[in-house]
Design a protein around this ligand. Structure first.
Ligand code: AMP
Ligand code: ZN
Length: 475
């Protein structure tokens, strides 16, 4: 399979560091508020990549951190810790904020069929390892102390900035020239960053005593430490939003490569932004929507997943509700097709040779495309073509081939095709759905509405009508 590597700025053939095992790291959310759908775009794409790796027979160990301390408003070393700030606003403890918003994040991720990472680890659970990491960096002479914390001297890491194609010099000159970035007092270089921040007297929660002072870790050190703890000195893949290239991931590289003197990550994979009216969706711009907001407007989380995976991950994706409606309808048409052709079919006659060959070709193309730098959008186009090609009078065996192929596609797409097989319905419910279709065709809408209500009340099945026929959901 191929993947675009931010480090080389090229699409590369994927070869793991060690045989078939893939060490895969994702920067997890800062759990200070609801994740917005821009964040979720990022995690849906991570999930696609993991699914494609598994399909290509790799064994994946997926590690994700949860940032529960050390991520400041504005992403820099000034400003308030995001979690502490939210705790103050909501009159809650930091722990309550962390607990509440991590649960909300995992609920949303579940609704989006995002496979749970093998390891999820909170920054605060790794303070001992973080301190050890810092101590080792200190022994090697990379750190210095100021009034506000312990800083990494970026001038000492020769390749500083390589991920964004910059150099230490250009980054420092650029920022001095720009003169807009405020930096903490006492730092040696503009790009230097805190690995440990000293607590102010009123900061009592989420602070730890160490030999270098009472405080809490900086944001970047947790990822270097957690990645090392669970995956070792080198990783195969590291994912994240493209806003992290210049600072967060650049600093992770500086820390890990200075300590281990090895390339930290083989493939860096970055996801483009989700935008609203052309602007990045972000809490600070107050232009966010959550999965819950979409649900309140009647959209399913999976219709959002379908929208996301239909746009290539390296392209900007502008979100609108009209756009979402399009994908909602398109997904329902696929569900209706699956429900319709999975109704037991008595027609037998073997598989037409030409038909079998065509479906096989679609399948080959689909999997080639998904393995080519996650070209899921084109793979989805092929799937639509295959569905249209299969809209004819199929016999039992041919229907089985189409359904099996679609279910295999769904191992990558994660859109719950299986749930729409008619075999998931009880006999009685299936009969009622068929009866309702007939009454609709006969324009007896009163009866069809009654049957819809009965299905919902007695069988917990919600019905919607599409051009392709009716779609049902278990509720
Ligand atoms: P945060 O919780 O701020 O650390 O963000 C979690 C992840 O979401 C990071 O990988 C960000 O790069 C990513 N992210 C944030 N905003 C967006 C956006 N508008 N579109 C896509 N990804 C985003
Ligand atoms: Zn990170």
């Amino acid at each position: 399979m191929k993947i675009y590597n931010t480090l080389s700025k090229k699409e590369e053939e994927f070869k793991p560091l060690k045989n078939n095992h893939v060490g895969f790291y994702t920067c997890g959310p800062t759990v200070y508020f609801y994740a917005h759908i821009g964040n979720m775009r990022n995690y849906i794409i991570n999930d696609l990549l993991e699914r494609v790796l598994i399909k290509n027979n790799y064994t994946v160990k997926h590690v994700m951190n949860l940032t529960d301390v050390g991520h400041n408003i504005g992403d820099g070393d000034l400003g308030e810790d995001k979690i502490r700030d939210e705790a103050k606003k909501e009159h809650k403890t930091a722990e309550q904020i962390i607990e509440f918003y991590s649960n909300a994040f995992f609920e949303d991720a579940k609704k989006l069929n995002i496979i749970k990472p093998d390891v999820i680890s909170r920054a605060s659970e790794n303070i001992k390892q973080i301190i050890e990491f810092i101590e080792k960096l200190n022994e090697k002479g990379y750190l210095y102390k100021t009034e506000t914390g312990v800083y990494f001297d970026t001038a000492k890491f020769k390749e500083y900035g390589k991920l964004s194609g910059s150099t230490f010099k250009s980054l420092n000159e650029q920022q001095i020239g720009g003169a807009r970035v405020q930096r903490p007092e006492g730092i040696k270089n503009i790009t230097d960053f805190a690995v440990w921040r000293f607590a102010k007297p009123d900061e009592k929660e989420m602070v730890w005593d160490t030999t270098f002072g009472r405080g809490f870790p900086g944001w970047h050190i947790e990822c270097s430490t957690i990645a090392y703890k669970f995956l070792g000195e080198q990783l195969d893949i590291h994912c994240g939003g493209q806003d992290h290239i210049q600072v967060h991931h650049t600093n992770e590289i500086a820390q890990s490569e200075s300590l281990f003197e090895k390339q930290f990550v083989k493939y860096w994979v970055h996801i483009e932004f989700l935008t609203v009216d052309g602007k990045k969706m972000s809490k600070s711009l107050k232009n966010i929507y959550t999965i819950n907001d979409l649900e309140k407007k009647g959209f399913t989380p999976l219709s959002f997943r379908f929208m996301v995976i239909s746009v290539h991950y390296r392209k900007m994706m502008n979100f609108t509700f009209e756009g979402l409606k399009h994908y909602y309808d398109a997904l329902n048409s696929i569900y209706a097709f699956i429900s319709k052709i999975s109704v037991p079919n008595e027609k037998i006659g073997g598989i037409d040779k030409e038909f079998a060959k065509t479906i096989k070709e679609y399948k080959k193309l689909f999997f080639e495309l998904v393995s080519d730098d996650l070209n899921i959008p084109n793979a989805i186009i092929k799937m639509h073509e295959m569905i249209n090609y299969s809209k004819k009078d199929l016999n039992k065996e041919e229907t089985a081939v189409v359904l099996t192929t679609l279910l295999e596609f769904d191992e990558i797409l994660g859109l719950d095709f299986k749930k729409h097989l008619s075999s998931k319905l009880s006999k009685e419910a299936l009969e009622l759905i068929k009866e309702r279709e007939l009454s609709r065709k006969g324009k007896d809408f009163e009866k069809s509405d009654k049957l819809r209500d009965k299905l919902l009340k007695e069988y917990k099945i919600k019905i919607e009508d599409t051009k392709e026929g009716s779609v049902w959901y278990s509720v």
